[in-house]
Design a protein around this ligand. Structure first.
Ligand code: KG4
Length: 340
């Protein structure tokens, strides 16, 4: 049988990434991150689009070189079609369509969120596969989304619950910003939290029905508490940095785990995965390990390199769709938002 080579392209936010897979095995994964946003404390969409324009050709070129293949060997091109920032998506989508049309090969559209979940199926050659069996429950937590998903098959994603306002990563980033820390705040909070007392402070937790989440209340509670404490001590933040980080992180992890535990119990599905940028968080990873011991879950935690945005996850999703001959026409537009 002829080898199947898939080029994956990801450009939904502030990472330009390209990956090459052979028969579902990862050969290369190249990512250019954009430091331009650090000075603004968040992603500036117009600057992100411009950086994608600069990065896309060299990143794809590198991915092909590192994979050791010529572009003519590609079987199909998979790309993130949405959700994400429209200007960012358009760069990857337009490039992928033009490249595929030029080579005369099929185009495969990939949902960014599905990509994050299927990151669990990325494998390199000679690597033992350790992926969850279907159906499994996945907690998807990133800067733009917080969802509990029942994965019935690679393409059947049943969303059991999701945030009704902010995403978990967004809330963490905003609190880091209030504390005067850099962007993105998630990894910084994670590091500080390791040296702090998670029970030093309490913040309000939401009371939402079902499996949905809300993070805007805890963010406001953090803000108001800080304002009160700073009336007594204007340097409160620097005096209590580690404890604040640890306590806020614990609150977010507790909120995430409470609904997840309920979903696992109610569905009776014990295979539980975590995905998305916030799955890099040590507090959340430890909470998963605790749940494994306490509730007998089989847990699936991704490699650090596949937690944040990357094209390997787009490539593996594209590979599954390729096997199903699930291709797309050139007129399929990018989409910024995902309908529930
Ligand atoms: O998945 P991702 O790269 O982009 C989206 O698709 O949104 O996730 C980015 C989010 C940011 O909010 C970032 O602060 C958060 O993931 N993040 C973390 C950690 N690493 C990244 N949050 C907490 N702890 C971390 N170690």
């Amino acid at each position: 049988m002829e080898d199947i080579y898939i080029l994956g392209i990801e450009s939904s936010c502030d990472d330009t990434s390209a990956a090459v897979l052979r028969n579902g095995y990862l050969l290369s994964n190249v990512t250019a991150s954009q430091s331009v946003h650090e000075a603004y404390g968040g992603v500036v969409p117009e600057l992100a689009s411009r950086a994608h324009q600069q990065n896309i050709v060299p990143v794809v070129d590198q991915a092909l070189k590192r994979a050791g293949i010529a572009k003519e060997q590609l079987s199909a091109i998979a790309f993130t079609r949405g959700p994400g920032l429209m200007g960012s998506l358009l760069v990857g989508v337009s490039f992928a369509k033009g490249f595929a049309r030029g080579l005369g090969i099929p185009m495969i559209d990939v949902n960014h969120l599905q990509g994050h979940v299927l990151a669990h199926f990325i494998k390199e050659e000679n690597e033992d596969a350790h992926h969850p069996p279907f159906p499994f429950i996945c907690l998807l937590v990133s800067g733009g989304n917080s969802q509990i998903i029942k994965m019935n098959s690679y393409k059947d994603m049943e969303i059991l619950g999701q945030t009704i306002d902010d995403a978990a990563g967004e809330a963490i980033d905003k609190c880091a910003k209030v504390m005067g820390l850099g962007y993105p705040g998630g990894p910084i909070i994670d590091k500080l939290a390791r040296q702090g007392n998670p029970d030093a402070y309490q913040f309000a937790k939401p009371n939402i029905a079902g499996y949905d989440y809300s993070f805007s209340g805890v963010k406001t509670s953090f803000l108001y508490s800080l304002r009160d404490w700073m009336k007594e001590d204007p340097d409160f933040i620097s005096h209590h940095m580690n404890d604040l980080a640890a306590s806020f992180e614990k609150t977010v992890v507790d909120i995430l785990m409470k609904k997840l535990i309920k979903a696992v119990k109610d569905t009776g599905i014990n295979d539980v995965a975590v995905a998305g940028g916030v799955s890099a968080n040590n507090g959340l990873r430890n909470a998963f390990r605790d749940a494994e011991k306490r509730y007998g879950w089989n847990i699936y935690i991704p490699k650090f390199s596949y937690t944040t945005d990357n094209a390997a996850m787009i490539g593996i999703t594209g590979y599954f769709k390729y096997l199903d001959h699930d291709f797309i026409d050139i007129d399929a537009p990018a989409y910024a938002r995902q309908e529930r």
